[in-house]
Design a protein around this ligand. Sequence first.
Ligand code: PLP
Length: 456
Amino acid sequence: MSDNKIPYKIYLEEEEMPKAWYNLRADMKNKPAPLLNPGTLQPLTVEELSGIFCRELVEQELDETTPFIPIPDEILSFYRMYRPSPLVRAYCLEEKLQTPAKIYYKFEGNNTSGSHKLNSAIAQAYYAKKQGLKGVTTETGAGQWGSALSMACAYLGLDCKLYIVKLYYEQKPFRREVMRTYGASVVPSPSDTTEVGRKILAEHPGTTGSLGCAISEAVEVSVKDPDYRYVLGSVLNQVLLHQSVIGLESKIAMDKYGIHPDVIIGCAGGGSNLGGLIAPFMGEKLRGEADYRIIAVEPASCPSFTRGTYAYDFCDTGKICPLAKMYTLGSDFIPSPNHAGGLRFHGMSTTLSQLYHDGFMEATSVEQTSVFEAAEQFARVEGILPAPESSHAIRVAIDEALKCKETGEEKTILFGLTGTGYFDMVAYEKFNNGEMSDYIPSDEDIAASIAKLPTV
Ligand SMILES: *Cc1c(COP(=O)(O)O)cnc(C)c1O
């Protein structure tokens, strides 16, 4: 063997990549409450769920006991194209803030779809393909999930049917074209391709659609066509499971260099990136092996954890999806249209809801102008132009670092930088023009939608 050969082995050695996903529920004493059938109010069975979701994904969804689930080789090879994702020490931000805190971020925007959603998209597409299906259907709002899923489906040769809220179809042409470039069929919702779509069009001609309606269309197609299943980019346990690669990689790298994060921060929409980032750290906390302060950050305009109620609720405005016990603002709650930062889901992952309820993590909410201030400050020193969603975590990381400056504490902060913001320049434009405002729902607004929670 010659010594001067390029050491391929070294480059491909995925020492900082896990070979299994970590299922946090296995270490929870209080398991998240089960999903219920909205008709019978009984826990959903494998058979019932298999009509909507792929079989192996249903098993992952319901598995509360297996701590490690091996990542299939095909998914590992796909991950290798963009993983391990960078874990970066934000030296320039620390310098700018003049803080004694050490700030690290795990950057998930380093793939074309621009966010962590690809980690679960490839897994869900893989199991659909393995089951011999022709394709998958889903809805997409802001478009990151649709972009990630179309990339994954293109790679595996699966058909990808995306229902996108008509308003965004028209307002966000570039996201739409990314999805079409990767071969997805992008249908503006409501459409005449489904029964529910035709009904809504007849009742509300000229409507620009809603996420609830797009979900109903995507689910209808998957239920009626045996060759298709429905997939979802957040909230579900299976999605948190796939996203555990974020936390496992962070942990492997930090352990290797002897770094112990004191505070772990992530933005929370449906909870998938946060659930993934904190998974192995929370596992240690649950087993009593280590302690971490864990903070979920949500927008003040859609504050599920901080102002919601822990109860069973519908996951969709169309009220056709399973009931989940979670922190919720009510499925009728719609954040103000002036809210530009994503993270609009009215509920939260059942796993994170249970952990929050049991006091294992904190939550805080932030207003959008302060989020964009943090985004801009970060972009100017660290170079990356962050997604508005991710910038919620940046805001709180900066605030924590500034507190350390006051107290002189040398804390180590880890936050999740979930994606890039290139397709959110209309929101940045508003901020740059000084036209962005904050919206905080009143107690009455929230009470009105909470009053409509289903009785279980
Ligand atoms: C979808 C998305 C989020 C929020 O979703 P979670 O499931 O809460 O992680 C955050 N950041 C980016 C960039 C996203 O695309």
